[in-house]
Design a protein around this ligand. Structure first.
Ligand SMILES: Nc1nc2c(ncn2[C@@H]2O[C@H](COP(=O)(O)OP(=O)(O)OP(=O)(O)O)[C@@H](O)[C@H]2O)c(=O)[nH]1
Length: 383
């Protein structure tokens, strides 16, 4: 039984912390956001726990409970595997994932006394979102604890329709990959208010108006993308925060609570259905392997009996052939025959050869009979 299945089949613990996976483009302010969220939790007397999954980060402005950098030395990975920065981040993440069961044990131990587990991820979004290790970490966490994604966006840098749309497409791809409840965090609102973005998301015509003066191919493309994303916008919570000043953090807490509700209502039942499907597929696969094994072992008793008969016939034939050969050889080698004292001469290599073959054939017949009896036993056990 996998960890997912165990997690779901076990009785739910009294208190489950909410896992907040913080994602976003490089420089969007993820680490500053995690820092602000941590201090907000402290201020509001909530128990927070922080995990850093970015092996390449130099400095983090918050206290870290579990740090990937304590397990994997990113610079050593670059040197030893002769990798570039992105390859090294991916490899470091893969190495860390091999120890992730230990991380989970630590988290599970602390979980009953925690309210939030906040996780900072590498700025190279695709390394985390689309890598096998990122998927393993996300799926395992989501199967064990309520989990939501906070996608952090640099608001001032998304003021043009094209960068806004690029960010939305990124966010959409993460939602598509993880299927987890999603909170869009428009960050850096101390520099630029995020209302323009909210309007573009809610009002298709407002976005079209922003594109009105642009008649290039890109504008047409962005326009049609906007229609595609309309459905995506319906399933999002949207908040504006400043990770520097701390404005918008109360709204963020409300959005997280609402996203947690969506995890319980939508994600968890879907996860349970997926696990049941997986269990059924696994049972079917095992049954298929067993049937194939039984077929390979010639289960049918009649077939086994035929196999045994064929073997003994072959033995007889071999023996008579050997005998005939030895007769012929005796005729040819008469002097030697007399000297060796007849047919059963122990030192006649031809006789030795025949005896070996007879022994081998007897063993083969015995093996086949045993196989047939074992197969019959398997057949009974499976039915
Ligand atoms: N004015 C302002 N600056 C911010 C805010 N949040 C982050 N910053 C700044 O944005 C820059 C990048 O912030 P980080 O927290 O390092 O961003 P990150 O997404 O973790 O970066 P990577 O780890 O490289 O992906 C820093 O200079 C921060 O001080 C904010 O809300 N307001």
């Amino acid at each position: 039984m996998t960890r997912d299945m165990l997690a779901l089949s076990a009785a739910p613990p009294a208190k489950q912390p909410l896992v907040v996976l913080v994602s976003g483009m490089a420089g969007s302010g993820k680490s500053t956001f995690v820092s602000q969220l941590s201090s907000h939790l402290k201020k509001t007397r909530k128990a927070g726990y922080t995990i850093n999954l970015d092996p390449a980060v130099q400095y983090l402005p918050f206290d870290i409970n579990i740090d990937i950098r304590d397990t994997v030395n990113y610079k050593e990975v670059m040197k030893q595997y002769t990798l570039g920065p992105n390859g090294a981040i991916l490899t470091a993440l893969n190495l860390f994932t091999t120890k992730f069961d230990q991380v989970l044990q630590l988290v599970d131990k602390r979980a009953p006394e925690l309210d939030y587990i906040v996780i900072d991820t590498p700025g190279q979004i695709e390394i985390f979102t689309w890598s096998a290790s990122g998927t393993i970490i996300t799926d395992t966490l989501a199967a064990t604890h309520p989990t939501v994604i906070c996608y952090v966006i640099d608001t001032p840098r998304s003021a043009s329709p094209a960068t806004f749309m690029s960010n939305m497409l990124y966010a959409c791809s993460i939602l598509y990959k993880t299927k987890l409840p999603f909170v869009l965090v428009w960050n850096k609102t101390d520099i630029k208010d995020h209302q323009f973005a909210v309007e573009w998301m809610r009002d298709f015509e407002a976005f079209q108006a922003a594109l009105a003066d642009d008649t290039t191919y890109m504008a047409t493309l962005v326009n049609s993308m906007c229609m595609v994303l309309d459905e995506f916008y319906q399933h999002l919570s949207v908040v504006g925060v400043s990770s520097v000043t701390g404005t918008g953090m109360d709204a963020l807490m409300d959005a997280l609570a609402e996203a947690r509700g969506r995890y319980d209502a939508d994600y968890l039942p879907e996860l349970e259905r997926a696990l049941k499907r997986k269990q059924a597929q696994e049972a079917k696969r095992q049954q298929g392997s067993l049937t194939k094994l039984m077929a390979d072992m010639a289960l049918d008793p009649a077939a086994a009996a035929t196999a045994a008969t064929t073997t003994s016939t072959t033995t007889t034939t071999d023996a008579s052939q050997a005998s005939a050969t030895s007769e012929a050889d005796r005729g040819h080698d008469g002097g030697m025959d007399g000297a060796d004292g007849g047919d059963d001469t122990p030192f006649n290599p031809l006789h030795e050869d025949r005896r070996t073959r007879e022994r081998d054939n007897d063993r083969l017949a015995q093996d086949r009979a045993e196989e047939a009896s074992f197969s019959r036993f398997l057949g009974k056990s499976a039915s």
